[in-house]
Design a protein around this ligand. Structure first.
Ligand SMILES: C[S@@+](CC[C@H](N)C(=O)[O-])C[C@H]1O[C@@H](n2cnc3c(N)ncnc32)[C@H](O)[C@@H]1O
Length: 202
């Protein structure tokens, strides 16, 4: 009973967060730059699809996919039909559908380094090189960006104690990218205490 109530509240929090982040991102010039030339996108661990459906509505020519665990995808109930949005069930540790842009929003901070590298390696298999327009987009905290922040420190304690994940500094993110085989990254500081990180393959 408590678990059911907690899951419900957690899902509502994720939905509200995605609504807020989508509103900020979709009106920013930096995000227009990120989406330039993108024809397909997979939101890995995309939950109920709030983020991906906002992007799909704003970019009707981009083929968007929400990818999440089978029990999550089966339980999704959406009222509106978005023509360029589909839902695919699977496990991000096993394989991720191919796309030009792979999105990981609020995913990697849930996991330890070893598991993050496993997921990042699957992302690497799913995208093409930078010159062909491939990119990975991570929305998560980069501790210390935009500046040292009490919320980030508290979030780190929360992630460590609840899930065994953590909030990471730029050096800790870089360690993950290099160990998963990525070659370059760029941090866009457009979401306050959270960042948008573009990660590339040569
Ligand atoms: C913290 S929620 C983030 C949801 C969404 N990205 C957002 O920001 O609102 C983490 C999501 O990852 C999904 N997830 C967990 N393990 C997964 C796996 N092995 N493969 C695919 N999705 C997974 C969960 O079901 C959940 O929807």
């Amino acid at each position: 009973m408590i678990d059911t109530k907690f899951n419900e509240l957690f899902q509502q929090a994720m939905t509200s967060d995605s609504q807020l982040i989508a509103r900020v991102l979709l009106t920013s010039n930096e995000f227009k730059g990120v989406m330039h030339g993108v024809e397909s996108l997979v939101d890995v661990g995309g939950g109920d699809g709030t983020m991906a459906s906002s992007i799909a509505l704003a970019y009707p020519d981009v083929k968007c996919t929400v990818f999440d665990l089978p029990n999550v995808v089966e339980g999704i109930q959406r009222n509106e039909k978005v023509g360029n949005l589909t839902y695919v069930a699977g496990d991000m540790f096993e394989a991720i559908p191919h796309a030009q842009l792979i999105l990981l929003k609020w995913i990697l901070h849930n996991w330890n380094d070893e598991n993050c590298i496993k997921v990042l390696k699957q992302c690497k298999e799913a995208i093409q090189s930078r010159d062909k327009g491939g990119k990975l987009l991570i929305i998560d905290m980069v501790v210390g960006i935009p500046s040292d922040n009490l919320n980030q420190a508290l979030a780190n304690v929360h992630m460590l104690s609840i899930l065994g994940g953590k909030e990471r500094t730029e050096q800790q993110w870089k360690y993950l990218f290099i160990n998963a085989g990525f070659n370059d990254y760029k941090i866009l500081s457009i979401l306050g205490p959270r960042s948008v990180i573009e990660v590339y393959l040569a």
